[in-house]
Design a protein around this ligand. Structure first.
Ligand SMILES: Nc1ncnc2c1ncn2[C@@H]1O[C@H](COP(=O)(O)OP(=O)(O)OP(=O)(O)O)[C@@H](O)[C@H]1O
Ligand SMILES: [Mg+2]
Length: 280
């Protein structure tokens, strides 16, 4: 029998009948309509769909950066009304603070979650914040994870686009969030770095049990990483986007990209997404 605890875990993220409407010069623009999706704790979900079909809009809603026009979103049974450290975001355009070094960009997030400055949560948990040495060690470990120790003291304008994206990924991972929200996190990377970071992400997510929602344009990336692939679509040109199809990827983990390339189930999953994206 399923307990209420199981049910809460099955609906760890719960998106209920969500609509998003933006005011524009030509009047209200409905970007998303009637989106319903429950994501289990520890699940890895990809959002895929054509440019402009509302992927970032949906991710921003889960992040609490925007509020829905209608419907509601829950995380662990609590309504999402604002951003929180339990839901870290890797943005589509890295969004690092330009005046801070790579180290300080990550340290800022780490301190917010684990440092003594977070007085409210410290009062709630009764714990002291971690020492400066411990926060520094966390930050350096995150830099090492994305291979950027050498860029530790550089500022964003001094590093490449792919490196900036890696700092953004390190910043999110270093906060050890319950939910990791990623908007095309590997889009700006070369194929080798991308593969390395995808593998790294799989290892980290398996170790931490994080729930992940990732936007991607890359079908192989979606199949390799996900438990489910959520395909967004606009039913007709004049209609707002919504979920068109959801594909479960029942491939055993840990997954090996070389081995999977020749796997018939992998090929079938891949074809199913491609058919959906290009048949319309
Ligand atoms: N703040 C806003 N005001 C008005 N319209 C918006 C706003 N944000 C997004 N939109 C519109 O909503 C639709 C969805 O945008 P969104 O950024 O979510 O697309 P996307 O799927 O992430 O696209 P891409 O793959 O290109 O990043 C687009 O038509 C976009 O123009
Ligand atoms: Mg987007």
């Amino acid at each position: 029998m399923r307990t209420s605890y199981d049910l809460q875990n099955e609906k760890f993220l719960d998106i209920h009948n969500v609509w998003q409407i933006f005011p524009t010069a030509k009047g209200p623009f409905t970007a998303l309509q009637n989106v319903n999706l429950s994501i289990a704790k520890g699940e890895f979900v990809s959002l895929i769909g054509h440019s402009g079909c509302g992927k970032s809009t949906l991710l921003n809603l889960i992040a609490g950066l925007t509020l829905p026009a209608r419907g509601g979103l829950l995380c662990a049974n609590r309504e999402i009304t604002k951003p929180g450290p339990e839901r870290a975001v890797v943005f589509q355009n890295h969004s690092l603070l330009p005046w801070l070094t790579c180290f300080d960009n990550i340290y800022l997030g780490v301190e917010r979650v684990f440092g003594a400055t977070n007085l409210v949560s410290r009062r709630e948990t009764g714990q002291d914040g971690e020492s400066k040495a411990s926060l520094t060690a966390r930050t350096d470990a995150a830099l090492a994870m994305v291979g950027l120790q050498h860029a530790r003291d550089k500022r964003p304008h001094e590093i490449s686009g792919g490196m900036k994206q890696r700092v953004g990924i390190a910043r999110a991972l270093a906060m050890e969030p319950q939910v990791l929200l990623m908007d095309e996190p590997f889009g700006a990377l070369d194929a080798l770095t991308r593969a390395k970071l995808q593998d790294e992400l799989l290892t980290i997510v398996e170790a931490t049990g994080s729930t992940v929602v990732m936007v991607t344009h890359d079908v192989d990336e979606a199949v390799l990483l996900s438990d489910r692939i959520v395909m967004l679509t606009t039913p007709t040109a004049d209609k707002a986007a919504t979920i068109g199809k959801i594909l479960e990827v029942n491939l055993p983990r840990p997954r090996d990209r070389v081995h999977l390339a020749g796997d018939p189930y992998y090929q079938k999953a891949r074809k199913s997404v491609i058919d959906f994206l290009y048949a319309k």
